[in-house]
Design a protein around this ligand. Sequence first.
Ligand SMILES: Cc1cc2nc3c(=O)[nH]c(=O)nc-3n(C[C@H](O)[C@H](O)[C@H](O)COP(=O)(O)OP(=O)(O)OC[C@H]3O[C@@H](n4cnc5c(N)ncnc54)[C@H](O)[C@@H]3O)c2cc1C
Length: 353
Amino acid sequence: MIKDYLIVGQGLAGSFLSWNLLKRNKSIIIVDQNHKNCSSLAAAGMINPITGKRLVLSQRCEELLPYAKEVYHELERHFKKKFFESKDIIRLFNSEQELDEWEKKSQQTHLKKYYGKKQDPGTYEDSLNDEKGSFVIQQGGYCRKLDLLNCFTDYFKINNLLVSERFDYDDLKIKEDFVEWKGESFGCVVFCEGYQAQDNPWFSWLPYNHAKGEILTVSNKDSFLPDAVISCGKWCIPIGDGKYTVGSTYSWDKFDCKATDEAKEEILREIGVFIKASFEVAEHMAGVRPIMKDLNPAMGRHPEFNSVAIFNGLASKGLILGPFYSNQMAEYLVGVQSLEKEVSIDRFIKKHF
Ligand SMILES: Cc1cc2nc3c(=O)[nH]c(=O)nc-3n(C[C@H](O)[C@H](O)[C@H](O)COP(=O)(O)OP(=O)(O)OC[C@H]3O[C@@H](n4cnc5c(N)ncnc54)[C@H](O)[C@@H]3O)c2cc1C
């Protein structure tokens, strides 16, 4: 019997998409190589509505953030586990320009719920170097992404939906309106391989601009840091038990998932500029963020092969983009909604295919 979808990759993209297809009673098989070189494992889990020197509200935040929270709550109810931790984010000011940006944006009625109160220099003088003051970013927090990914993996395994092996492209046979893989037929294969899609024979033409990143889990049981994410270029997330996730780095020239001493030193040095505490490193992880040149997700069916599709490009925001766009992708695949033009791979066809 023909199954509906073959999903390649079970990072955040593949997991959210599979979940959405199962909710629509579709039959699926997922193939993943035990999360080898998986960006989702390295993600810090941060959900931060305001980023950059200009303190810009994340694109479509007002739609995507509540949507993502609702999905995490739905998953929490299903798996009986807490994933989303709501946390204030203390954003330290670096310059007069940032103070001006806060003044402008915090006046705007529709932005008030994100741009929280301004705090005087020295408010956290026991634990932080906050000489220029800070403000509180509201509505953010972090997702316990490892717990989430493990719940998904267990669920897919228990239901015999997950095949743990490397997907070899030569094993895929593309027919007129279905595909075959290892003797089974599927209506469509959807590639959710993260940055490894750059080697995919059907999608290597997409304009990728991946970025390697590294993060540390550190511990400090003696200092009392505020119970909030602290952000100042680099960031520090309290994850409980005197432990913190700190990061991260960006590099665009090497795509592997090896942890490096240079990145570890960079993170500890830059964290040390604004946090008055010393940390012991407990864990060090690296991954490659799957990013498209225009920073938007890459979704859709192959221009020549209707039963070959891709769901990728969640960039450095998989935890906020993943819930919303996996739902859109599922609706597109089952034929009830078209893709937004900003995320459809059709936007690249003329120039790159
Ligand atoms: C250091 C770092 C920090 C980050 N921090 C955050 C953060 O705080 N918040 C946030 O929202 N995002 C963050 N991100 C980004 C986030 O990790 C990505 O947006 C997201 O994880 C991408 O998910 P994905 O499923 O597309 O790719 P991946 O997570 O890479 O998953 C792809 C999966 O496909 C599998 N696969 C690939 N090829 C094959 C094959 N041929 N056969 C079988 N399996 C295959 C891989 O093994 C992997 O399991 C961070 C990323 C990095 C690197």
